[in-house]
Ligand binder design. Structure first.
Ligand SMILES: [Zn+2]
Length: 963
């Protein structure tokens, strides 16, 4: 640029006669101050989601997945919400009617526990359900307000005055409606399921309420279950080894060997499970007893049981299915079944005693084989009638010892040993817990599985691998247990008949409760009695009924949001156009929303599902406090305690980061990446500043310039701008924001900074203000800056608005967001010029390299001190150069001006008098010292100069301007 210090200091300076940059758009973003100012401007002028709602175009609904209302915001939140905001802003600019209603997931155990942990013991004891719910509500709302402040600072547009919260009355009411419709369709049922149960506090416990003390040990037992029938395959193998398999003969003893750490569950045994992928052995001891167990454990079992086994043959786990054995404590026969990967050969025998009422894996295997879900323990931990002769023993006291003694008497106990392992205890009573099947509420996924799979096919999954993921999860999904024995949630709206198993739930009770919740909220379930909770027709009968105290799984809460939000809010539609969350939500929200929506309306709640990865540190590690690699979005924006280490980058740099990453996989962030991004940010900002600064005396309403009369260079620039608009539009359409980032960067650096604007300096600064070569350039600059502002506005929203507010001339729109997405005038695209320019630009890069080489050897100073001679190898390039000379504008389209040298000529033969001759890919390039004298104003070398002030030299055109 033309800085005064570069002029010869002894001579008079023409600086004041140049048209220099003038703009209030600052070089530095000063984002900590400037971004909130811009946000205030938006708020005052309703430049936010209100714009989206006032649009008249087609509807576009991006439905927000609710973050949990707990804890400070992290980079994962930033990635998620900023991506959504890119899309919403882009759609608003394209005229879509858009409403974005942010949401929060408010119920559930983590908040319940947070509230309880803050209380002293006595307070906790005196807290009733309503007291707890009140505190949980307060806690959630406080968290929401703090997260909301963060989201707003990130310039996320949405209905912040009326977000959706799963604890709101209208939401709870809509959720009851979803539950009710599923119930009335027959998809909700009661069944048994094992849960963590604390006999000492007589309640079900959640995972978070368990603790695992170091010193727990159990009495573990090796037990041999007597086989009663073999499959034919095994029988024939045994016969080959001369063992009888006809059980009527009653010769020989055949056993399947199991190991368990909970002997008290043996009366509840319904099967033994093997891993189909594990290898097993059939062995005999010296008494001709046959045993089956895992091959890997052969040595250990021999040692433990103090036996010497003869190996008869190996057998695959999958071949053991169908064997039957005698129940260890009851007079019945049970099957060997195939379990899953939970069966290992790390300890025991590789064969798992299966009691579906008392273990989760056992339960799932039980479901697969339709085994009875036998529960042999009451809520105090006492064995029931179902335990047969062991009735009334207590599982935490004497049950195991008595049962072990019984096995010993039956001669099937092989070994008892004390075994130390991880075992869950009740966090309150510090006593061991058990698994116990209790009555729970389920959604029968079987009832609508095929409909769910069909609807998955109709959804557009981005990336496509998401479809396979959710499909396999829905195929493998068991029934969905939706009840929880907790207080902080939406109640399951059911009444139980006192002293009976009868339940009451029908259209009338559901409608009544739905209406009550809409008016009063779900708290009344606990504060009102049955008389008021039941519809009027049950008035006389109400004392016979007792309301249920279970609440719903929080996934049912958030999974109902399509009904509570998309179907109800202004400007939104169901199914939504887009759900956009982390890729873990195939297991979570995408799935729970799909299941409820398909169950009720037989369709998916979304048309497209887009997923993103997770934020990692720069080395690809998970962020954690202990590693000290956590990047806090608040520090990225406002800077840290030491601003040298953690400078304040502002929201736009954070948003630029989101645009820069390939979010389809996990994405890295850290101080180096942020520094690089802030460089890119500065590049875009400085390019914009240059454009604005050169428009200070330009007013498009006073200029009538037609595309036809533009110089070739300007026509090309508009063509290139049109290409960039197309490419960026396509990137946004496909949600490929990293392409936007790359295109933006290369446009600013390669097309503008290094080429068009580089050449434009002479036109803009040196020309007289009204000269056509300057005005036509300004015409192009104004097109670039206005379009660039809109193109970057979904991502760099503050910078875009800042540009708009600093446009030096009047435009119709108060805000950049009112401009609408760029449309390309038909006369901008010019493929003929573009193809010729392609080779001319490549040649320019090549020649610039040669000049740069010459400068590095200090043979010349500025490029303007040289002239270039060029002998092209190819005719096409030669023709392009001739075409430029013939049809170009003489004041703009001189190739020497494009090279920023003093002269350029095509030659037939290499010249003898060059400083440097280089044979490039395009032809022979020769550099010569420019002839003539340097103009003290424009620095071009001219053979004829005139005298200016104080004996300065001026070229003819500068002399004309100064005159
Ligand atoms: Zn000059």
């Amino acid at each position: 640029m033309f800085e005064s210090k570069n002029h010869n200091s002894q001579k008079f300076s023409y600086k004041d006669s140049l048209n220099l940059l003038k703009t209030d758009f600052s070089m530095r973003a000063n984002s900590v101050k400037r971004e909130p100012e811009i946000q205030k401007f938006w708020a005052e002028n309703k430049i936010d989601m209100k714009l989206g709602l006032s649009n008249k175009g087609k509807n576009f609904t991006l439905h927000d997945g609710p973050p949990y209302a707990n804890g400070p915001l992290h980079m994962g939140h930033a990635l998620n919400k900023v991506l959504k905001d890119f899309i919403n802003k882009y759609k608003i600019l394209n005229g879509y009617r858009v409403n974005f209603v942010p949401g929060w997931d408010c119920h559930g155990l983590p908040i319940e526990l947070k509230v309880l942990q803050k209380l002293r013991n006595e307070e906790r004891r005196n807290l009733d359900v309503l007291g707890l719910r009140k505190k949980a509500t307060e806690y959630a709302k406080k968290q929401i307000s703090s997260q909301m402040e963060g989201f707003k600072r990130w310039a996320i547009w949405g209905d912040w005055d009326n977000p959706y919260l799963t604890l709101k009355k209208s939401y709870e009411s809509a959720q009851i409606e979803v539950f009710g419709k599923m119930f009335l369709k027959g998809y909700i049922f009661r069944g048994l399921k094992p849960v963590h149960w604390s006999p000492s506090s007589r309640t079900a416990l959640a995972e978070a309420e368990l603790e695992y003390p170091d010193e727990h040990s159990s009495k573990s037992v090796y037990v041999s279950f007597r086989i009663t029938s073999f499959t034919e395959c095994i029988a024939s193998k045994l016969e080959k080894n001369n063992f009888y398999t006809d059980f009527r003969e009653n010769i020989g003893n055949y056993f399947i060997l199991i190991w368990t750490t909970t002997p008290w569950t043996l009366p509840a045994n319904e099967a033994v499970a093997v891993n189909p992928k594990v290898n097993y052995v059939v062995v005999s001891d010296n008494n001709e007893n046959i045993f089956i167990f895992a091959k890997d454990l052969l040595e250990i079992v021999q040692e433990k049981l103090n036996k010497k086994f003869d190996l008869l043959f190996d057998i695959k786990g999958s071949e053991l299915e169908g064997i039957e054995y005698n129940h260890p404590t009851k007079d019945k026969s049970c099957p060997v079944v195939l379990g899953g990967d939970y069966i290992t050969t790390e300890s025991g025998t590789g064969i798992v005693h299966t009691a579906p009422g008392h273990g989760i894996d056992d339960f799932n295997t039980g479901l697969k084989y339709k085994l009875p879900i036998t529960c042999i323990v009451d809520e105090k931990g006492n064995l029931t009638n179902d335990a047969g002769i062991f009735k009334d023993l207590n599982v935490l006291k004497d049950a195991s010892d008595q049962i072990i003694q019984f096995l010993e008497d039956q001669k099937i106990l092989m070994l008892m040993e004390v075994y130390k392992h991880r075992y869950p205890y009740d966090w309150r009573t510090k006593k061991p817990t058990i698994f116990r099947a209790t009555e729970q509420w389920f959604a029968s996924v079987d009832g609508f599985r095929s409909a769910a799979l069909e609807s998955i096919e109709k959804v557009d999954w981005m990336p496509n691998s998401g479809k396979k993921r959710i499909k396999s999860m829905v195929i493998g999904r068991g029934d969905w247990c939706i009840s929880r024995q907790r207080s902080w949630g939406v109640p399951i709206p059911v009444f139980y008949k006192k002293n009976s198993n009868e339940i009451l739930i029908n259209q009338a009770t559901l409608n009544h409760i739905q209406d009550l919740f809409e008016k009063h909220g779900a708290d009344i379930w606990w504060s009102w009695d049955e008389q008021k909770l039941l519809p009027p027709e049950y008035l006389n009968d109400s004392k016979n009924w007792k309301k249920g105290l279970d609440t719903m799984d929080v996934w049912f809460d958030s999974g109902s949001s399509w009904a509570a939000v998309c179907s109800q809010r202004e400007g939104m539609q169901y199914p939504a156009d887009l759900y956009l969350e982390g890729s873990d939500q195939h297991r979570g929200w995408f799935q729970s929303s799909l299941l409820t929506s398909v169950a009720v309306n037989n369709k998916a709640p979304y048309k497209t599902v887009l997923t993103h990865g997770f934020a990692l540190d720069e080395n690809g590690r998970k962020m954690s406090k202990s590693l000290g690699n956590v990047v806090d979005p608040n520090i990225v924006i406002n800077g840290g305690a030491n601003q040298k280490i953690n400078p304040a980058y502002g929201v736009d740099v954070l948003r630029l980061w989101v645009s820069s990453v390939d979010y389809s996989v996990d994405v890295p962030i850290g101080s180096n990446i942020l520094k690089q991004l802030s460089d890119v940010y500065r590049k875009v900002r400085n390019t914009s500043r240059y454009l604005l600064g050169n428009l200070h005396d330009y007013d498009p309403s006073h200029q009538s310039i037609s595309i036809q009369e533009l110089p070739i260079l300007d026509k090309w620039m508009l063509h290139r701008l049109a290409e960039v608009i197309d490419q960026i539009t396509s990137a946004y359409e496909k949600y490929e924001f990293s392409k936007f980032f790359q295109i933006l960067q290369s446009f600013c650096v390669v097309d503008l900074s290094n080429f068009y604007l580089d050449i434009a300096k002479d036109r803009l600064y040196v020309s007289s203000p009204n000269q056509f070569r300057r005005r036509s350039c300004q015409f192009v600059l104004s097109k670039i800056i206005e379009n660039l502002a809109v193109l970057i506005s979904p991502v760099l929203c503050h910078m875009a608005e800042d540009i708009w507010q600093n446009l030096p001339y009047k435009v119709q729109e108060k805000s950049v967001f009112q401009r609408g997405w760029p449309s390309i005038p038909s006369d901008w695209k010019n493929l003929d010029i573009a193809s010729k320019m392609f080779s001319l630009r490549k040649l320019r890069v090549e020649i610039n390299k040669v000049i740069e080489g010459c400068r590095n050897q200090q043979q010349i100073g500025a490029a303007l001190e040289t002239e270039i001679m060029f002998l092209p190898y190819e005719n096409e390039l030669k023709e392009s150069l001739i075409w430029l000379k013939r049809s170009g504008n003489t004041e703009v389209d001189c190739y020497s001006d494009w090279l920023i040298v003093s002269d350029f000529s095509l030659i037939e033969n290499p010249s003898e008098e060059s400083l440097l001759t280089v044979d490039s890919d395009f032809g022979t390039i020769q550099i010569k010292k420019a002839k003539g004298i340097k103009c003290d104003r424009c620095w071009h070398f001219q053979e004829f100069t005139l005298k200016g002030k104080e004996n300065t030299n001026l070229c003819k055109r500068c002399w004309e301007i100064i005159k």
